[in-house]
Design a protein around this ligand. Sequence first.
Ligand SMILES: NC(=O)c1ccc[n+]([C@@H]2O[C@H](COP(=O)([O-])OP(=O)(O)OC[C@H]3O[C@@H](n4cnc5c(N)ncnc54)[C@H](OP(=O)(O)O)[C@@H]3O)[C@@H](O)[C@H]2O)c1
Length: 162
Amino acid sequence: MIVLMAALDAHGLIGNHDKMPWHVPEELAFFKLKTLHQHVLIGRETWEAMESTLPQRHVHVLTRNPDYAGKPGYEYIETSLQKVIFNWKPQAQPLLICGGAQTYEQSLPYADELWLSLLPDTYEGTVFFPKFDEKDFMVKEQIRYTKFQFFRLLRKKKGASL
Ligand SMILES: NC(=O)c1ccc[n+]([C@@H]2O[C@H](COP(=O)([O-])OP(=O)(O)OC[C@H]3O[C@@H](n4cnc5c(N)ncnc54)[C@H](OP(=O)(O)O)[C@@H]3O)[C@@H](O)[C@H]2O)c1
């Protein structure tokens, strides 16, 4: 199963250059809870811009550089997005695709689920979640937290085939 996991502001903003536009500890704690002990795929730019690593997560870094030896803390290098998606899609265990924009954009057609944390405010920034047709998804779960709302969206029909 392929899951895209992202936090968005009211306008779909997800980043400000290489950083997150906000600091919302409640959402960070939620991200940790959802990703703990899971396999997460992260674009190389997001991985390097993160101030910390992701302990107790199986981190796959997406890069075109097969000799990548950047910021430590990852378990796997993935040089082909199509290949990693192809291998994971039939499995029940999710691959959590956690950004950034290039990574979301290319994997969105294959997403079985979107796990979106929606922040009610607007922030300054430059990077947006890719556009998607809400009609392709149904809301399976909706939870209101103090600082954000979580939506779990399931694709109605099968994702694009590889
Ligand atoms: N709000 C959120 O939930 C959230 C979550 C994550 C990130 N973000 C934001 O997203 C922004 C960063 O996104 P970004 O688009 O600049 O970068 P990114 O997707 O994190 O990383 C891009 C890099 O991934 C690798 N890559 C991309 N497509 C690939 C492919 N098909 N095959 C192999 N490698 C591939 C390339 O690495 P190489 O150059 O090494 O080849 C590319 O430079 C930041 O603003 C960040 O804060 C927001």
